[in-house]
Design a protein around this ligand. Structure first.
Ligand code: ADP
Ligand code: G6P
Length: 532
């Protein structure tokens, strides 16, 4: 039986030790895990190879064996990397060189020979893990910028293998890409694949332009197919990724997500109950906890009850005079996500439209990411500071403008936050696709809810009914945010219906199938995909 072998830097799940010494798996944050995870779970013939996320030196041989076994039960094969390997390959070349370069943050990109050497070495380590698993007829699907040399390494060993590679981030212009001292080796590495996929037509055009410029001796035909000297063909094309729409629309209706929405509505003075009672009693919290399993997260907010002081009562009566609103955003704490610019736009709106003071609350979910990379540490400090400044400047006794949550949450509470949002503020400075925008719309299936979306992400090509903004333009984001808060429910619903119709068809599962079918066509001798 032929199988699909997915290879990515990080496995879709991380292991967490439980109190009884066994291990449990938890879904990782990030677009790649969210999009392909459900496909892997649903297909029993699919294996996933990736970095375990743990330091093997911290575990005994017996524990490592248990960890391997726990992963194996979920058809995952962990790769263990040492601290030095991780520093050079992951924190270094992947996240301090390729990530900033590919997201047009060249000024953040660091070019170090040792990191490149380690990147090559770790790509080879992955090849050594994958090779013994390959059986005749298997398809190998390599993911993302961490493993750009792997396609060629596997091709040299298996000339007839069917190998795909997909980039989950933008591909930069040829001008930027060629500043990378090892750009040719990277292109040659990727060309070991039969199908090379990107989120947008623009990214695949940039890749072709880089090929043309850096490897002019390689012939590319007008359909974007490369005939490689060893005889294999490599096709280059765009495959915009989708989400599991039903999963998000269903989860948004789950008990926990609904309870969270009610809780946020109350806390923000949206629900009638809150308008007359400005405190949440201990009994209320207990009752909510009893009715909603796993509601620790929610009870944290509920227990932040507002004291029934005279001032709070005044605030409550002012709340009644205007319909209160909630803004939400969900991100990894990454400098490509435009968090400081977004916070400035929110602050600007409170300045320019003071009628929102006391009437709009921003739920900002931003989980720290890649904490061992310096640029990420600087960003965390900057965001902490901006949140503090805005909260310090505008807070009233009974109202705090920004609820800042840095914990990583699972899908149900994330959907709870999405459903509570009258407006989602999704303003990356650069992003391959951005799934958060799509998840927000799925959670508002059949409902109103406005999306403010950056024009610097792949999703903007598809979600044209959103409030599209230039994320660097603080005034523009401020105006769009104000307009999104003021939009009528009917107009918002109409806009959403059009975008949701597209998302329902272009799902993550259809995306996987479409990529894999095209790969099959391209890599089977004698078969030609209709597009090529
Ligand atoms: P990226 O892949 O760069 O992180 P995407 O928007 O494409 O950006 O995908 C992010 C995925 O990770 C989404 O599925 C989103 O729900 C999830 N996610 C992002 N941030 C968080 C967070 N702070 N807590 C929980 N899930 C998150
Ligand atoms: C982006 C990348 C993924 C990565 C994810 C989370 O989505 O495209 O490859 O897994 O970010 O980043 P991390 O470095 O924590 O794996």
């Amino acid at each position: 039986m032929s199988r699909l072998i997915i290879v990515s830097n990080r496995l879709p799940m991380s292991l967490e030790a439980t109190d009884d010494g066994s291990y449990t798996l938890r879904q990782n944050v990030g677009g790649l895990a969210t999009a392909i995870g459900p496909y892997h779970r649903a297909h029993k013939d699919c294996l996933w190879i990736g970095w375990s996320g743990i330091d093997p030196e911290q575990y005994s041989d017996k524990e490592l064996q248990d960890i391997r076994q726990a992963y194996r039960e979920s058809r995952c094969i962990p790769v263990f990397l040492s601290k030095d390997e991780l520093n050079g390959y992951y924190a270094g070349f992947s996240n301090n060189t390729l990530w900033p370069l590919f997201h047009d943050f060249s000024h953040e990109a660091v070019f170090k020979q040792q990191d490149w050497d380690m990147y090559r070495k770790v790509n080879m380590r992955f090849a050594q893990v994958v090779e013994p698993l390959i059986r005749k007829g298997d398809t190998i699907w390599i993911q993302d910028y961490h493993l750009m040399l792997l396609p060629k390494m596997l091709r040299e060993r298996y000339p007839d293998a069917s190998i795909g590679w997909f980039l989950h981030v933008p591909f930069p212009s040829a001008e930027i890409f060629r500043s990378l001292p090892w750009s040719r080796e990277i292109l040659e590495g990727v060309l070991g694949a039969n199908l090379i996929g990107f989120h947008t037509v623009d990214f695949s055009a940039s890749f072709l332009a880089s090929l043309h410029r850096l490897l002019p001796e390689i012939p590319v035909n007008e359909d974007g197919v490369v005939e490689m000297p060893d005889g294999h063909r490599a096709a280059i094309d765009a495959f915009p990724i989708g989400i599991d729409y039903n999963l998000y629309s269903r989860t948004a209706r789950s008990g926990l997500a609904r309870a969270m929405r009610r809780g946020i509505d109350e806390a923000c003075g949206k629900s009638p109950r809150h308008r007359y009672r400005t405190s949440v009693t201990a009994e209320g919290v207990a009752a909510t906890e009893a009715s909603v399993p796993d509601s620790n997260w929610w009870s944290h907010y509920a227990s932040e009850g507002i004291p029934e002081t005279t001032l709070a009562k005044q605030a409550a009566s002012s709340i009644e005079s205007r319909s209160n609103k909630v803004i939400v955003s969900v991100d990894r704490l990454d400098y490509t996500k435009g968090l400081p610019e977004r916070l400035k736009a929110f602050g600007c709106m409170l300045d320019k439209y003071p009628e929102w003071v006391g009437h709009v609350t921003y739920y900002l979910l931003a989980t720290p990411s890649r904490e061992n990379v310096e640029s990420y540490q600087r960003l965390k400090d900057q965001v902490d500071q901006l949140v503090g400044e805005i909260n310090g400047r505008y807070s009233l006794l009974a109202w705090t403008p920004i609820h800042y949550i840095t914990r990583s949450l699972s899908i149900k509470p994330v959907c709870g936050i999405y459903t509570a949002g009258d407006v989602a503020l999704v303003t990356p400075l650069r992003d391959g696709m951005n799934l958060v925008a799509k998840e927000y719309l799925a959670c508002h299936d059949g409902r109103d809810g406005a999306l403010v979306l950056s024009d610097m992400c792949g999703a903007a090509d598809e979600l044209t009914d959103a409030f599209i903004v230039n994320p660097y333009d603080i005034d523009m984001v401020c105006e769009a945010l104000h307009n999104a808060l003021e939009i009528s429910p009917e107009e918002s619903r109409q806009r959403n219906i059009r975008m949701q119709a597209r998302l329902k068809v272009r799902t993550a599962s259809n995306w996987c199938t479409s990529f894999l079918e095209t790969l099959k066509q391209v890599s089977t001798p004698g078969m030609t995909d209709k597009r090529f």
